[in-house]
Structure formats: structure tokens, C-alpha cells
Design a protein around this ligand. Structure first.
Ligand code: PXP
Length: 248
């Protein structure tokens, strides 16, 4: 039986990182988003951070206007971000942990510890029609908590797997992969839609893309970097090709 389509969400944050390095208007993340659409992205992902280090409020507004594919709005669970999400009502909201001093989203969200608070936080977002996803580690306790608070989707953090691969810690990489596979199946068995992302590259994408329960991958930093060498559209098309190959 053919497996369901595996969606590719292209994260354009780091186009904004390069733009902001000079404080001007280019490279333009909106142009990158439109090119990504043409290259076959099924969605665009953008993270509006509290410190606005890459994506800006105006970028989110622009994306809502120009995109033909859904916007996956990544944000921390703060009142400020909730207000912005409720104003724009993007197709999807993905809650991520955020620490000011971190370079990137380091771990998954601690759902189990903040179940009540998060349940109240996501309720209005769901009522507004946003598909709420929670970015978590491949951990049964967190997945169960995400399910209990009413999230429809979990996104599994693939960073530990990708880091172990990059540093040639192969036994650890394989353990991480087994954990991701088992937790994808577990989350799916609870009725959650399963996504995955963080740190994925051409070298690491296929084993994750092959998990039958995974419906969406969100990939950014590697693709924006690869675009320097081969252009954004070819970089995305190659990722798409590898995902399709893994899916068989
Ligand atoms: N998914 C989530 C929830 C993220 O926070 C990020 C990074 O912003 C990504 C996917 C994409 O990670 P990367 O840029 O390493 O591909």
C-alpha cells in the first residue's frame, strides 16, 4: 500500500538571519518562501522569537499575505505570541521552548511539567482554527502529556540524532533513531499526527522520512546553507527527492 504523502515544511528563518546581519531588506524571506513553494514545499515554517533575532513581525504579516501554502508559525508559549497568533490565525502553530541565550531551539518543550498551563494556552488557538503542534523530545511521558492537553500534532526533535551522526557517534545515532521510530509509532497509536525536524540534512533525512507514521518534516538551516552552493530551488528539490526515495 502506498504510504501517505510526507509533507516538507521549509523553514526560512535563516534567510532573515542573513538579512538582519546587515539590517537591510535583503535577502528577502518572503521571496525565499515563494521560491520554496515553487520548488515543492508543502508549507512554510517561520519562528518569531521573543528577541526577533531573525523573523520579524512584518515578515509574519507578509507571509500571511503572500503564501499559497500553509504557514506553520513557531512560537514560545507566551501571552505576546498567543496574541500575535490569534490576530493572524495561521494554519498551524508549533509551540517550542525558547531561551534567550540559546543559538537554536535546544530541547523539546517540557509539556509534562506544565500541563495545566499549556492546556489553557492552546485552547483559544484551537478554537481559532489553528492546528496546534508541540515540539518535544522522543519521550513517552512528554507525548502522553501532549495528548492529554489536546494537541493534535507533535513534532519530534531530531537534533540529538543529527548531532550524533555529525559527530560520528554511530551507536548513539542508531539508538536515537530507534527511539524516534518507537515514539513515532506510540504517538500515532494515541491518534496524534507526527511531525519531525531539527538539524536534518541530505545525510540524515532518509531514515526519518521512512517512518510510516511521520507526516511532515520541517527543515531549515541546512537548506538555506545549501542554497548558497546550488540555489534554493535545487536544494529543496533534492531534499524532496530524498524524502520520496525513502518513502518508497
Ligand atoms: N522544527 C522546529 C520546531 C524548529 O524549532 C526548527 C528550528 O527552528 C526546525 C524544525 C528546523 O530546524 P533546522 O533549521 O535545524 O532544519
Amino acid at each position: 500500500m502506498p504510504q501517505p504523502h510526507l509533507r516538507l515544511g521549509v523553514n526560512i528563518d535563516h534567510v532573515a538571519t542573513v538579512r538582519n546581519a546587515r539590517g537591510g531588506a535583503y535577502p528577502d524571506p518572503l521571496r525565499a518562501a515563494k521560491l520554496a513553494e515553487e520548488a515543492g514545499a508543502d508549507g512554510i515554517t517561520a519562528h518569531l522569537r521573543e528577541d526577533r533575532r531573525h523573523i520579524s513581525d512584518a515578515d509574519i504579516e507578509g507571509l500571511m499575505e503572500v503564501l499559497s501554502v500553509p504557514l506553520n508559525f513557531e512560537m514560545a508559549a507566551t501571552d505576546e505570541m498567543q496574541k500575535i497568533a490569534l490576530r493572524h490565525k495561521p494554519h498551524a502553530v508549533c509551540l517550542v521552548p525558547e531561551k534567550r541565550e540559546e543559538r537554536t531551539t535546544e530541547g523539546g518543550l517540557e509539556v509534562a511539567r506544565e500541563e495545566n498551563k499549556l492546556a489553557h494556552f492552546i485552547a483559544p488557538l484551537r478554537e481559532a482554527g489553528c492546528r496546534v503542534s508541540i515540539f518535544i523530545a522522543a519521550d513517552m511521558k512528554q507525548i502522553e502529556a501532549a495528548h492529554r492537553i489536546g494537541a493534535e500534532v507533535i513534532e519530534l526533535h531530531t537534533g540529538a540524532y543529527c548531532d550524533a551522526h555529525a559527530e560520528a557517534r554511530l551507536a548513539e545515532r542508531d539508538e536515537e533513531l530507534v527511539k524516534l521510530a518507537e515514539m513515532s509509532a506510540f504517538a500515532h497509536s494515541l491518534g496524534l499526527e507526527v511531525h519531525a525536524g531539527h538539524g536534518l540534512t541530505y545525510d540524515t533525512v532518509k531514515p526519518v522520512a521512512a517512518f510510516p507514521e511521520v507526516r511532515e518534516l520541517n527543515i531549515g538551516h541546512f537548506l538555506i546553507g545549501e542554497a548558497i552552493f546550488r540555489g534554493l530551488e535545487p536544494a529543496i528539490r533534492e531534499m524532496r527527492r530524498l524524502m520520496d526515495e525513502a518513502r518508497g
